[in-house]
Design a protein around this ligand. Structure first.
Ligand SMILES: Nc1ncnc2c1ncn2[C@@H]1O[C@H](COP(=O)(O)OP(=O)(O)OP(=O)(O)O)[C@@H](O)[C@H]1O
Length: 205
C-alpha cells in the first residue's frame, strides 16, 4: 500500500492556501510537514484525511485508510479511559485495546473518567485511539501538544511500532520527535499564489 498525493491544492474559508503538493508515502514510512504558522499544514492534513474536499489534485487512498488526530482529542469526558478506547474499538471493528493502553502508558489510568485526566493524559488517550483504529495511515496534527518529554518518546515509539507493522504516518509538528527515519517536507514553497489583479482601476478607489 502507498499514499500517492498528486497536484494537491487546498483551501481554507474558500481561499487557496497551498497548491501543487506532490508526495508518495510507502508502507513503513513517515513524513513530517513543516512550515510557518498559518501556511496550511492543518488544511492539507484535513484534506488528506477526507474531512474536506481538495481544490484540485488527488489523494490516492480512500478515507477509510486514514485515522486522523487533530487539535481536539475527541474524548468522551464522562467515559473512563478504558470505555473511551472500547468505544472506538467498536466503531472501528477492532478487538483489543490493551496494546493502546500499554503504548501510551494508560494502564494505571484505565478506570479513571476521561474528564478528570490532565491535559497531557488526555492527549495520550487521544493518540491511543490511533492504535485502536487499526487503520494504516495515521494523520496527526501537532500530536505532541501538552506532552512531556517522556510522553513524546512514547509517542515516537508508538509511531515506530506502527511503521514496523507496515503502517504510514503523516504529521505536522514543530518539535523534534527524534524520529530520524522520518522524511521532512517543507510546504512553504507551495504557498498558493495571490490571484492576478484583474481590476487595476478598482485598486485605486
Ligand atoms: N475560515 C477561514 N477563512 C479564511 N481563512 C482561514 C479560515 N480558517 C483558517 N484560515 C487561514 O488558513 C490558513 C491555513 O491555516 P492552517 O490551520 O491550515 O495553517 P497551519 O499551517 O496548520 O498553521 P499552524 O502551524 O499555526 O497550526 C491560515 O492562514 C488561517 O488563518
Amino acid at each position: 500500500m502507498e499514499l500517492n498525493v498528486t497536484g494537491l491544492s487546498v483551501a481554507r474559508g474558500g481561499i487557496p492556501v497551498l497548491e501543487g503538493l506532490d508526495f508518495t508515502l510507502r508502507a513503513g514510512e513517515a513524513l513530517i510537514l513543516r512550515g510557518p504558522n498559518g501556511v496550511g499544514k492543518t488544511t492539507v492534513l484535513r484534506t488528506i484525511a477526507g474531512l474536506q474536499p481538495p481544490l484540485a489534485g488527488q489523494v490516492g487512498l480512500e478515507r477509510e485508510a486514514m485515522a486522523y488526530a487533530g487539535h481536539a482529542d475527541g474524548i468522551k469526558s464522562t467515559l473512563t479511559v478504558r470505555e473511551n478506547l472500547g468505544f472506538w474499538a467498536d466503531i472501528f471493528g477492532t478487538t483489543s485495546i490493551d496494546a493502546a493502553l500499554v503504548a501510551f502508558d494508560l494502564t494505571a489510568l484505565a478506570d479513571r473518567v476521561a474528564g478528570a485526566l490532565s491535559a497531557g493524559q488526555k492527549r495520550r488517550l487521544g493518540l491511543a485511539r490511533m492504535v485502536v483504529t487499526g487503520r494504516p495511515v495515521w494523520v496527526l496534527d501537532e500530536p505532541t501538544v501538552s506532552l512531556d518529554a517522556g510522553a513524546v518518546a512514547l509517542f515516537a515509539q508508538a509511531v515506530r511500532t506502527h511503521l514496523a507493522g507496515g503502517g504510514m504516518a503523516l504529521m505536522a509538528t514543530h518539535i523534534d520527535l527524534g524520529l530520524d527515519e522520518a522524511r521532512v517536507l517543507d510546504v512553504a514553497p507551495y504557498r498558493a499564489k495571490a490571484p492576478a489583479h484583474d481590476d487595476f482601476d478598482g485598486s485605486f478607489l
